[in-house]
Design a binder for this molecule. Structure first.
Ligand code: SF4
Length: 239
């Protein structure tokens, strides 16, 4: 079984618990206005790797990721569900913790269910907590992400929910409360994390000859992020 991978990161520190070996899957059906990885969009980009080749790479860094594990990110890893399922099954069989970093945009079909059978943690980026913003700035459906999250709950897969805060688009307290309400609706949510909008990716857009739609939007400051994180946490806790 082969899958298309955009790149690897030997020791990622932000893609799950502990240090992680991260594979960025190639291909994504969304077009998030703030996307940091536009090089992953084309389904036919990247390079092909077999499950065995990736397992071998993970084995090479095993001593460094003992307390961490393997994360399949993207792009959108669920665009290649059979590959993701087989890869996770092989890694789990060898004792690696597996994390899936996804937007959940493929909903809750049988192939997604098969991936989740071998997944130790789901990190779901709920792009926007309002359907209109999700559609406008990512081109996807919030309802499909919520269907996916419901499936993670049904299958009792631990879940981290994330969201990027973009000034002037989703940085109002009401946006944070809406996300907190979503997090409060599912019993398997272990963590709710807001991330700041950054523009470190602009050189990638220039290199690809694509306009960065949010170039005029300021980055999200640390104080604002902290304030919204507290609002979201309070809503989640019901206080
Ligand atoms: S889901 Fe991720 S990879 Fe796909 S467009 Fe959005 S930010 Fe980029």
């Amino acid at each position: 079984m082969k899958g298309r991978i955009s790149s690897f990161q030997s020791m990622g520190a932000v893609d799950g618990p502990g240090l992680r070996f991260v594979a960025f899957a190639q291909g994504c059906p969304l077009r998030c206005a703030y996307c940091h990885n536009p090089e992953t969009w084309a389904a036919d980009g990247g390079s092909e790797f077999t499950v065995e080749q990736i397992v071998e790479k993970a084995e090479r860094v095993r001593p460094y990721i003992k307390k961490g594990g393997f994360t399949l990110s993207g792009g959108e890893p669920l665009m290649q569900p059979e590959f993701a399922a087989e890869l996770f099954a092989a890694l789990r069989g060898r004792g690696f913790h597996t994390a899936l970093d996804t937007s959940g945009c493929f909903g809750a079909g049988d192939t997604v269910r098969e991936v989740l059978r071998h997944t130790g943690l789901v990190i779901c980026d709920v792009k926007f907590a309002r359907a209109g913003l999700f559609k406008k700035y990512c081109g996807g459906e919030l309802s499909r992400t919520l269907d996916f999250i419901a499936l993670t709950e049904e299958m009792r897969v631990p879940l981290w929910i994330r969201q990027v805060v973009v000034p002037s688009i989703n940085d109002a307290p009401s946006d944070a409360r809406e996300l907190g309400r979503i997090a409060a609706s599912y019993r398997n949510v272990e963590k709710l994390e807001l991330l700041p909008f950054r523009k470190l990716c602009m050189h990638k857009y220039e290199a690809l000859g694509i306009d960065f739609p949010l170039h005029g939007v300021p980055e999200c400051g640390a104080d604002k992020l902290r304030e919204l994180q507290e609002v979201a946490e309070r809503e989640r806790a019901g206080v």
